[in-house]
Design a protein around this ligand. Structure first.
Ligand SMILES: [Zn+2]
Ligand SMILES: [Zn+2]
Length: 248
């Protein structure tokens, strides 16, 4: 897969590599992976559909203006923060090693795929086609690797996705549990929620579960200073021993 580098001089310069990126200067990072692009578009579509159903079926029919405005503002704030974090995760260089870089002080091996000297804790991603520093995993939902330079945005994306999902689940769950429909439904009646509301509930539940799993795994990875790749495939971690707080 093709990938482009943006912001040359981010991770590589901070890490003090002596060999800068070679070849023509490239300023943008975007991974041209069809599956990743479809998943990223699906993420945005689900969020936009949820907003549309909420406004049409919950906020506009509501007789309580304060309830509709306050919840509308809160939902759109959280959803916007989640989408901005998603964009930043997708379009930020996750910490790619410069192509054809020469060995530096932290070089541990050589990658024959991107012809680069590989620094410690960098792993090659076949989707991005590059070696990525502290490569945690490649996430198709953000169409990018989660690495040293974009993990913060990914963490924020999962956090805001979790919060907006909880907000939607509460908006749907509280009135439903307080309504007579619940008692009827509980008694095995044929009453079922309308399709858009059911769809909204499933999207929110999916978002919540995704956020819960990813947030827990990312926080574990940060606190132990061990990426998911290292946890799954290697019993390896940074030689530098630091406290949990310093890792965070
Ligand atoms: Zn490589
Ligand atoms: Zn990748």
């Amino acid at each position: 897969m093709l990938s482009w580098i943006q912001k040359r001089g981010t991770s590589e310069h901070r890490a003090g590599l002596e060999t800068p990126l070679q070849g023509p200067e490239q300023r943008y990072w975007f991974v041209w992976d069809p599956l990743g692009i479809v998943c990223a578009i699906a993420t945005w579509t689900l969020m936009m559909s949820a907003a549309w159903i909420l406004i049409r079926d919950l906020f506009i029919p509501s007789k309580n203006v304060f309830y509709a405005v306050a919840n509308g503002v809160l939902f759109h704030l959280l959803a916007s923060l989640a989408l901005v974090s998603h964009l930043r995760t997708m379009l930020t260089d996750p910490g790619s090693v410069p192509l054809r870089s020469r060995p530096g002080p932290d070089t541990v091996s050589f990658c024959s795929l991107c012809l680069s000297a590989v620094p410690e804790r960098a792993y090659h991603c076949i989707v991005c086609g590059r070696c990525i520093r502290k490569n945690d995993h490649h996430c198709p939902w953000v169409n990018n690797c989660v690495g040293e330079d974009n993990q913060k945005y990914f963490l924020l994306f999962t956090l805001f996705t979790g919060l907006v999902s909880i907000h939607v689940l509460l908006l749907l769950g509280i009135p439903f549990l307080r309504s007579p429909v619940w008692r009827e439904w509980n008694a095995n009646s044929t009453v079922t929620p309308r399709s858009p509301i059911l769809f909204l509930f499933l999207v929110a539940l999916m978002g919540f579960l995704f956020a819960l799993v990813m947030l827990c795994s990312q926080m574990c990875s940060i606190c132990t200073d061990k990426t998911t790749t290292e946890t799954l495939y290697q019993n390896k971690r940074s030689l530098e021993r630091r406290s949990v707080w310093s890792n965070v």
